[in-house]
Design a protein around this ligand. Structure first.
Ligand code: ZN
Length: 373
C-alpha cells in the first residue's frame, strides 16, 4: 500500500488542489480543468499583453504554452511587461518569460521561441512545432487558441489567416495610451479580423505604444481579458454564438461592448478562404543597403504617409526634420539610430550612434514601432 497523496498539501505543485478555487467557479469544475490541462495555447508576443495573459494561463493550468517573441527585454518595457525584472534586461523575451513561468507552475509545459513570426513559420508554430528541426521537445499538438500579444497589424492579419485556415481561435487585443480593444475570433462562428477591417490601416496612420505611450494597468487589463477569453474558448467554446468587440478607456472607466454578429459573407479570408497574408502579401520587405549598415523597409501595400503627422509623433523620440518628400532624423530612444521615412511609406533604418548597423529584424521592428503597420 503506497502513500496516498494529499491533493491539498502545501508542497504539491501538480495536484488538483492547486486549482481548487478555480474549479469551484460555475462552468469550470473537473471537466473544465481537464480541458485546460489538455490544451495548448500559442502566445505571440510576450510584451505588455502577452505577459499578463501568459502568466494567468500558466497559473490556470493550461497544459502547454508556447511563447514567441523576437525582442529582448529593455528597461523601457518594465513599467508594463509584468513577467520581467531588472535583471532580465538584455535577455530574449521569449526565453526569459518561459524561465519565469516554469517557476510559477512546473506542471505546465512552457516553451519559449525567440523568433520573428512570419508567413514562413506561422503555420508550423500553430501546428505545434517550435523549430523546423524540432530538436527542442519534439512536436506538440496543434495550438487550440492563439493569443495575440503583438504590436503591429502585419502580424495580426497573418495570425488571422493562419487561425481561420486551421480553425483555431484567435484572441485579439490592442492597447495604446489609456484605451484598449479586445475581440475573440472563433472561425465559422464570429467575424474574423478581415470581415470587420478588410485592409490593415496604412502605415503611420495609427498611434503606437512607442508614439502615444501606454499605461501598465491598461495593457494588463487587455492581457487579462485575453486570458479570460482563452479560458472560455477552451472550456466553453460553444458559448461563442456571435462576436463582440469590447472597448475600454482605463483612465475614464468607460466601457463599450459592440455586437459584431457572425462572419461577413464574401470575406476574402474566412468566406473565400484566400489567405493572402499567409502567402506573404502582407510582409514588409527589407533590403540591405550595401556598405551603409542600413536597411530599406518597403511597406506591404501602397500608401501615402502624412509626413507632418509622422514627424509630430516622432518628435518625442528625437530630432526630426520634414521635407516635401521625407521625414528624417535620429531616434534617441533607439540609441541614436538614424531613421528616414519617405512619403510612399518606404523607410531606411540606419546605424546607431555607436556605429552598430541595422539588420532586417531590427529594421522591421523599428518600422512597426515608429511608422506602424
Ligand atoms: Zn472573415
Amino acid at each position: 500500500m503506497g502513500h496516498e497523496p494529499d491533493p491539498f498539501s502545501v508542497g504539491d505543485a501538480v495536484g488538483i488542489g492547486r486549482y481548487h478555487r478555480q474549479m469551484l467557479v460555475a462552468g469550470i469544475g473537473e471537466h473544465g480543468q481537464a480541458n485546460l490541462g489538455a490544451a495548448h495555447v500559442l502566445v505571440v508576443g510576450c510584451g505588455a499583453l502577452g505577459s499578463p495573459a501568459a502568466d494567468l494561463l500558466v497559473r490556470a493550468g493550461v497544459g502547454r504554452v508556447t511563447l514567441v517573441d523576437r525582442d529582448v527585454v529593455e528597461i523601457t518595457n518594465l513599467h508594463r511587461q509584468t513577467l520581467f525584472a531588472q535583471a532580465d534586461v538584455g535577455d530574449a523575451k521569449a526565453e526569459s518569460a518561459a524561465r519565469r513561468l516554469r517557476e510559477v507552475n512546473s506542471a505546465v509545459l512552457v516553451r519559449g521561441v525567440a523568433a520573428d513570426v512570419s508567413h514562413r513559420n506561422v503555420e508550423r508554430l500553430l501546428g505545434g512545432m517550435a523549430s523546423a528541426a524540432e530538436e527542442m521537445d519534439g512536436a506538440w499538438p496543434a495550438a487550440d487558441v492563439v493569443v495575440d500579444g503583438t504590436d503591429n497589424f502585419e502580424t495580426r492579419y497573418l495570425l488571422n489567416d493562419a487561425c481561420v485556415k486551421r480553425g483555431a481561435a484567435l484572441v485579439y487585443a490592442g492597447a495604446v495610451g489609456t484605451r484598449l480593444t479586445q475581440m475573440t475570433i472563433v472561425p465559422g462562428v464570429t467575424p474574423c479580423l478581415r470581415c470587420l477591417f478588410p485592409e490593415a490601416p496604412a502605415p503611420g496612420s495609427m498611434p503606437t505604444c512607442d508614439t502615444a505611450g501606454i499605461l501598465g494597468p491598461v495593457s494588463s487589463i487587455a492581457g487579462s481579458l485575453e486570458a479570460m477569453e482563452a479560458l472560455r474558448v477552451i472550456v466553453a467554446r460553444r458559448t461563442f454564438e456571435r462576436g463582440s468587440l469590447v472597448e475600454i478607456d482605463g483612465w475614464t472607466g468607460v466601457m463599450r461592448r459592440v455586437s459584431v454578429g457572425g462572419p461577413v459573407a464574401g470575406c476574402v479570408c474566412c468566406g473565400e478562404r484566400r489567405f493572402e497574408f499567409l502567402a506573404g502579401a502582407g510582409e514588409t520587405m527589407t533590403t540591405s543597403l550595401c556598405g551603409r549598415g542600413a536597411i530599406q523597409v518597403l511597406p506591404a501595400a501602397e500608401v501615402e504617409i502624412d509626413l507632418a503627422g509622422l514627424a509630430e509623433r516622432l518628435s518625442s523620440h528625437g530630432r526630426f526634420e520634414v521635407t516635401r518628400t521625407m521625414v528624417r532624423g535620429v531616434l534617441e530612444s533607439e540609441g541614436g539610430r538614424e531613421l528616414t521615412v519617405f512619403h510612399d511609406g518606404r523607410a531606411v533604418v540606419g546605424r546607431r550612434r555607436d556605429g552598430k548597423p541595422a539588420d532586417p529584424e531590427i529594421a522591421r521592428a523599428i518600422f512597426a514601432r515608429y511608422v506602424g503597420v
